[in-house]
Design a protein. Structure first.
Length: 320
């Protein structure tokens, strides 16, 4: 398991010891702090004030994790899409897919290769052309994230912040085929968006689990388009660290979250958190970060699949 150094220290520290690595400074944090990975930048909003009486405590904030590749001189895009785009299709009913597959566990509690083989056919990378407005200046960039196919008609679940301001959306499955996708609807406050591809041939439908079956300490795998790296998806392993977490964001409160120490990086947003049987139990959404924007990749949060599906059903019903 990953570990991280504590930021606790004496109230009047002496001169730094040149022989030891120094901890980053502690400062009040923004709700969605900037924590750019290499050649990318993340969404940022206004900072919140630090709680009083906790000067010595370690401060953490939550970080939305799309990759924003700057273009036309623009590097930052803010907010999450709140306007739902409606379409003429009837609402899609989504239910958990039942599968008789039983994966063997290893000494570490999970067969990662088996889980990946079972789940990766339903995971897609998302590339969106996004537009932002800052005063009189308009800029264009690229947002990269991840999605999960949840029905045979090509309905895809992802985070709203992945497709915020999107003017064009392309998804790519493990077959390497690029498919155009439409934004059906998005819920900014709950950070869930529903997409639909024009052709779902070659895409698998995810086997969906349920939050009721999740236990703290059970092994999990996160799959996603981390840092928008070319080639296959990035796969990381960890455990369920906690359940029923609630976090504050600039758009509101996210509830019913699963906390995990499986590494989640920029570009993982909207991707699945999967249990040892290959069932999707959550949608990866945020990680903790320090005031200097250093991500604590072992403190990640996923929206539980039950909550995500309830929101998706409401969005699709409203867009019909």
């Amino acid at each position: 398991m990953n570990s991280h150094p504590s930021n606790h220290g004496p109230s009047n520290p002496g001169p730094p010891n040149p022989g030891l690595p120094q901890s980053p400074p502690v400062a009040p944090l923004p709700t969605w702090p900037v924590a750019p990975p290499p050649a990318a930048a993340t969404t940022t909003n206004a900072p919140t004030s630090a709680p009083s009486g906790e000067a010595k405590s370690k401060r953490l904030a939550l970080l939305a994790v799309p990759v924003i590749a700057a273009s036309l001189g623009a590097g930052f895009l803010g907010g999450a899409m709140s306007t739902a785009r409606t379409g003429g299709d009837a609402p899609t009913t989504v239910s958990a897919q039942v599968s008789p597959v039983s994966l063997e566990t290893t000494a570490n509690g999970i067969d990662v290769a088996g889980v990946l083989d079972h789940a990766e056919g339903s995971v897609v990378s998302i590339s969106a052309t996004v537009r932002s407005q800052r005063g009189p200046f308009q800029s264009t960039g690229e947002s990269a994230g991840t999605g999960v196919v949840i029905s045979n008609d090509g309905t895809i679940l992802t985070n709203a912040h992945v497709v915020s301001g999107a003017t064009n959306i392309v998804v790519t499955g493990i077959d390497g085929v690029e498919r155009s996708a439409d934004l059906i609807a998005a819920d900014e406050a709950n950070d869930i968006a529903v997409l639909r591809v024009h052709s779902s041939d070659g895409l698998d439908v995810a086997e969906l689990g349920t939050s009721d079956s999740v236990t703290v300490g059970e092994p999990v795998v996160a799959i996603g388009n981390a840092l928008a790296l070319e080639g296959s998806m990035t796969v990381t392993q960890g455990i369920v660290s906690a359940k029923d977490r609630s976090i504050e964001t600039s758009s509101g409160t996210l509830d019913d979250l699963i906390q995990t120490d499986a590494a989640i990086s920029s570009g993982n947003s909207g991707g699945p958190l999967v249990d040892a049987e290959g069932r999707v139990i959550g949608i990866n959404t945020a990680v903790a970060a320090s005031g200097s924007g250093i991500e604590a990749s072992n403190i990640g949060f996923a929206i539980s699949i039950d909550t995500a599906l309830d929101i998706a059903q409401s969005l699709m019903a409203g867009a019909a």
